[in-house]
Write a protein of this length. Structure first.
Length: 405
């Protein structure tokens, strides 16, 4: 179909309303929390709120975003936004990259250019991709998601396949993703294996990750015991602190939470910020990974589209509408799979990159994937293409190097 460029533009009145709300922020009492041990510190949040109100330049961020092509289309009745960078090379392969939560499409911005034009970054032009980066429906542009209350990762995979084949006209394509985007990518490699050259994902979650009556319990009901090795016990508690509230709130009570986050930009920022801080490998300094302007660019994308409620809905719906396989063959994901793993996310008892790769290849995850390229990195956190973009590009290129048409 003919595509009409649709640059991103947030109306002035939306930005004016945001500044007014920020000026009226009423902070809570937050004593003794300078170390983030109770959650986001009030002092740091107020510093960010002040910058969002008086210093942050959305129009500058918007101009950087609009350096890429943007389009809005409707697929199966669902309005979609995607960003595109045409490939520069002899035969660029179409590649769809899918973000997760609390990501935006802009978390891919550091890898788009080297993937699309490798020669400009000292690479081989034969490795070029035509890069397509959609916003997950209900996460940002083109606006609030309506008419799709049961949205979840495996239903979005069907939309993506239609987008890439029927809308954009690609008979076969490459796939990449992290977090929820990794699950969407794996579903594409499961259901549409004959239509994809392969997939490259972060972490390698099983497609049934959200299935079960207590899917929000990472420990699956296993208690902490006194005879546990100290490092395993400490790591288990640390990982609970990172994810337990997040999974439970989003899966069990997301709509209630969304009422506050949709009304208060400071509240929205705090909820996003805690994850950006605890899930990134920042050594105790979040601004070593995200500058203030980076944080506020992503937060503004969530705010101006009033998208927090439908973005959180993915968690509950992955559980309420459980994933079911479309075939009973092994591996479940038959398309060739590359995986980038992070030591920052190592499970209890695993300490090195080599141990993490060995665990993946010999553990229960292995049988799910036709894995052809498994790599672990000593540094970098959950937001892989943002935190260690060069490593992500290298890993992804390796996955597809011998699988181009």
């Amino acid at each position: 179909m003919a595509l009409v460029p649709t640059p991103i533009h947030v109306p002035d009145e939306v930005l004016d309303d945001l500044r007014t709300r920020l000026a009226l922020t009423r902070p809570p009492l937050d004593e003794g929390n300078e170390d983030w041990s109770y959650g986001v510190p009030g002092a740091y949040l107020q510093e960010l709120v002040a910058h969002w109100r008086d210093g942050f330049d959305w129009r500058k961020a918007e101009a950087a975003i609009n350096a890429y092509e943007h389009y809005q289309v409707t697929v199966d009745g669902v309005p979609l936004h995607f960003m595109r960078k045409p490939g520069v090379g002899p035969r660029p392969v179409p590649l769809i990259l899918t973000h997760g939560w609390p990501w935006t499409f802009w978390h891919w911005s550091k890898v788009i250019d080297p993937l699309a034009d490798p020669a400009a970054f000292g690479g081989d032009p034969a490795d070029a991709f035509d890069v397509i980066v959609p916003s997950l429906p209900g996460f940002g542009f083109p606006g609030p998601l309506t008419g799709f209350p049961d949205v979840n990762f495996w239903k979005v995979a069907d939309l993506w396949h239609t987008l890439m084949t029927d809308t954009l006209g690609h008979a076969k394509y490459a796939v990449g993703g992290c977090d929820i985007g990794g699950l969407i990518s794996s579903q594409l490699g499961h259901k549409y294996a004959d239509h994809v050259h392969g997939i490259h994902i972060g972490s390698g979650l099983r497609l049934d990750f959200f299935t079960g009556p207590r899917a929000w319990d990472l420990a699956q009901g296993r208690p902490l015991t006194d005879d546990m090795p100290a490092d395993v016990r400490a790591r288990t508690i640390e990982m609970d602190h990172r994810s337990a509230v997040h999974l439970a709130a989003h899966m069990l009570d997301g709509a209630t939470l969304a009422h506050g986050l949709s009304d208060s930009p400071a509240g929205l920022l705090a909820w996003l910020l805690e994850r950006w801080n605890s899930w990134s490998d920042n050594g105790g300094d979040i601004e070593s990974v995200f500058t203030k302007d980076d944080l506020l660019t992503h937060a503004t994308i969530y705010w101006v589209n009033n998208s927090i409620a439908t973005s959180m809905r993915y968690y509950a719906n992955a559980n309420r509408y459980p994933w079911t396989p479309v075939h009973d063959r092994t591996p479940v994901v038959e398309a060739p799979v590359g995986v980038s793993l992070l030591c920052y996310e190592n499970p209890p008892g695993i300490h090195t990159a080599a141990e993490r790769v060995h665990m993946f290849k010999t553990g229960p995850q292995s049988s799910w994937f036709n894995h052809v390229n498994v790599t672990a990195h000593e540094r970098g956190g959950h937001f892989i293409p943002w935190e260690i973009p060069d490593a992500w590009v290298t890993d992804l290129r390796r996955t597809f190097h011998d699988r181009r048409p």
